[in-house]
Design a protein around this ligand. Structure first.
Ligand code: GDP
Length: 174
């Protein structure tokens, strides 16, 4: 496998399952050393090295607060894309039930940052029937040119390994 190393931001509105996903990904694989110099000004949350791939997960300040609808536009204008533009990839986590205004804010930031993005539709374990998800998946897939769209359950680890494999393919070589 090609050596790859890069920075990933897991983004999304509160409560969609970002921390759960990060913990699921990092698991026991937490590593404290990095081959890559710390050129990012983001806080490093954790790293995972596996099969020649080093994935460095970083924090994105400013994406965690909730916003009133009135404040949304102002907020979008005020906060530039700075929080996510220094990463190689964004993993955008949303909830399987609905698309909210807060999701829209996060989407706008990702678009403004012009960073490749994988959409993770989380908490699919709540669904009794897989087919119930399809119209929603179709709807959200249209929102931007995502690298890929993954229905996942961060809590139960469903489809998370597949997501990680996709993440790895998006990291810079060398
Ligand atoms: P964050 O605010 O985006 O970091 O969200 P958290 O990771 O704190 O998760 C918010 C809540 O959703 C917690 O109670 C999690 O246990 C729950 N949660 C996260 N992922 C899943 C999932 O895949 N399935 C279910 N059923 N619950 C989940």
């Amino acid at each position: 496998m090609t050596e790859r190393c890069g920075y990933i931001a897991i983004v999304g509105r509160p409560n969609v399952g970002k921390s759960t996903l990060l913990n699921r990904i990092l698991g026991q694989k937490l590593s404290i050393t990095s081959r890559k110099p710390q050129t990012t000004r983001h806080q490093i949350l954790g790293m995972k090295t596996e099969d020649e791939v080093q994935a460095i997960y970083v924090d994105t300040p400013g994406l965690h607060e909730g916003y009133t609808e009135k404040a949304l536009n102002r907020y979008i204008n005020k906060v530039a894309s700075s929080t996510i533009k220094d990463v190689d990839l964004a993993v955008f986590v949303i909830d399987r039930t609905k698309w909210t205004n807060e999701d829209q804010v996060v989407l706008e930031k990702i678009k403004a940052a012009n960073v490749p993005c994988i959409l993770a539709v989380n908490k699919v374990d709540f669904l009794a029937e897989k087919t119930d998800l399809l119209p929603f998946l179709q709807e959200v897939s249209q929102k931007m040119d995502f690298v890929d769209v993954f229905p996942i359950s961060a809590k139960h680890g469903k489809n998370v390994e597949e997501l990680e494999k996709k993440i790895a393919t998006q990291l810079p070589e060398g």
